[in-house]
Write a protein that binds this ligand. Structure first.
Ligand code: UD1
Ligand code: UDP
Length: 381
């Protein structure tokens, strides 16, 4: 190809921005690629917070978010706007990341325009169509639409092979591990005022995040009740919980936990703060996908606040454990890690099965390979 390969990256939520950031940086350096960015802004504040810390300036902003948006709202608005945009921009390749509505709609809009799609973080599966909802189906549909599949691990590649996908699969590692290379530092000064002034010495901090659609309701109430018991029982334990902007989440978390001694509810923090807080904390309780991938590299045990995970690599490596969404079980699992030193040490091993920090480099090489400009990348082992 004699002209530049025009790559349009489409993303819209916090985790997509974080995981696309190192890839955008890598594509920006490459002399064969013209890298353009379109954000759907399915998230507004939480996306902008990440665009700012990474210094990403989108070329196109579809600004679709509205309060209490439904899946249909995001799908229809983003699809309509993206379809028009793709007709004008005419990229050679559209990149989408993960499993959100933006991911699926980005891939569908590209397909309608007969533009090939590259899927970053392809092949994750729980094999349960309603858990996580709607992400499991979003990622399966995206795999059907995509031509290039950047699978983070061997296991994710195997999931794709089982679904009959035979070409365009590259095992790259997860780009989130690339991010960790430059966010965490020993002498880090937090941006968030509460964290900047928080004295970590002599305290065991439990970092908590929860936002999954299927957890909103009784499961999230159970989680909050378990946290309240833990914080009340252990005087050296502090729970730090940056609460997602979703009003449906906030309406449950704040009434149940605000004012509880040693429980600190924050607004979403930026990813530099998050990664450094993870590095300083004792353990993590979360239903987030991204955090399950980040924690193993930092040697922090994770209790997964869900009934299953599409990221079993961490469970197999022994650094994460499914704790479910029942109050008693979460409480007991947390208690075990607070009291049983050998159980804690068994889980607190720093080894990341999701990547080695070179995923973006491999993805760029794979893109060049597809356009006849490079050898294929080595697989991530
Ligand atoms: C979305 C993704 C989910 C991902 C999560 C990451 C879908 C269906 N879900 O879920 O896979 O794990 O993002 O966080 O794509 N809101 C704000 N400001 C923001 C962000 C959200 O006010 O910056 C509020 C809005 O009222 C919005 C609501 O949160 O309606 C829910 O946002 P939405 O993107 O629909 O779903 P999430 O639960 O965030
Ligand atoms: N994160 C963040 N600030 C927060 C909570 C999470 O920067 O207040 C980061 C976290 O480190 C991870 C990503 O956001 O990289 C996960 O996003 P989220 O939990 O919203 O989505 P999921 O990964 O579950 O799709």
């Amino acid at each position: 190809m004699s002209r530049l390969i025009r790559v349009l990256s489409v993303f819209g939520t916090r985790p997509e921005a974080i995981k696309m950031a190192p890839l955008l940086k890598e594509m920006g350096k490459n002399p064969h690629i013209e890298s353009l960015v379109c954000v759907t802004a399915q998230h507004r504040e939480m996306l902008d917070q990440m665009l700012e810390v990474f210094g990403i300036k989108p070329h196109f902003d579809l600004n679709v978010m509205k309060e209490r948006q439904t899946l249909v709202d995001v799908t229809v608005s983003a699809l309509t706007k993206l379809h028009d945009l793709l007709g004008e921009v005419k990229p050679d390749l559209v990149l989408v990341q993960g499993d959100t509505t933006t991911t699926f709609v980005g891939a569908l809009a590209a397909f309608y325009n007969r533009i090939p799609v590259g899927h970053v973080e392809a092949g994750l599966r729980t094999h349960n169509r309603y858990s996580p909802f709607p992400e499991e189906i979003n990622r399966r549909l995206t795999s059907v639409l995509a031509s290039l599949h950047f699978a983070p691990t061997r296991l994710s590649k195997e999931n794709l092979l089982r679904e009959g996908i035979r070409s365009g699969i590259y095992v790259t590692g997860n780009t989130v591990v690339d991010v960790l290379k430059y966010t965490v530092s020993e002498d880090y000064v937090f941006h968030n005022d509460f964290l900047k002034n928080f004295d970590f010495s002599g305290k065991r901090v439990i970092l908590v995040t929860a936002h999954r659609r299927e957890n909103i309701g009784t499961p999230l109430r159970n989680i909050c009740n378990a946290l309240k018991r833990i914080a009340t029982e252990y005087e050296d334990v502090h729970v730090i919980f940056p609460v997602h902007m979703n009003p449906a989440v906030r309406e449950i978390v704040f009434p149940l936990l605000a004012g509880t001694e040693r429980v600190h509810l924050l607004d979403p923090i930026d990813v530099f703060d998050t990664h450094n807080l993870m590095a300083k904390c004792y353990m993590i309780l979360t239903d987030s996908g991204g955090i399950q991938e980040e924690a193993p590299g930092l040697g922090k045990p994770v209790l997964v606040l869900r009934e299953n995970t599409e990221r079993p690599e961490a469970v197999m490596a022994g650094t994460a454990k499914i704790a479910g969404v029942e109050e008693e079980r979460i409480y007991e699992e947390a208690k075990k890690l607070l009291e049983d030193e050998s159980e804690y040490q068994r889980m607190a091993r720093a080894r990341n099965p999701f990547g080695d920090g070179r995923a973006s480099e491999r993805i760029v090489k794979a893109i060049l390979h597809e356009f006849g400009l490079s050898e294929p990348p080595e697989e991530f082992e």
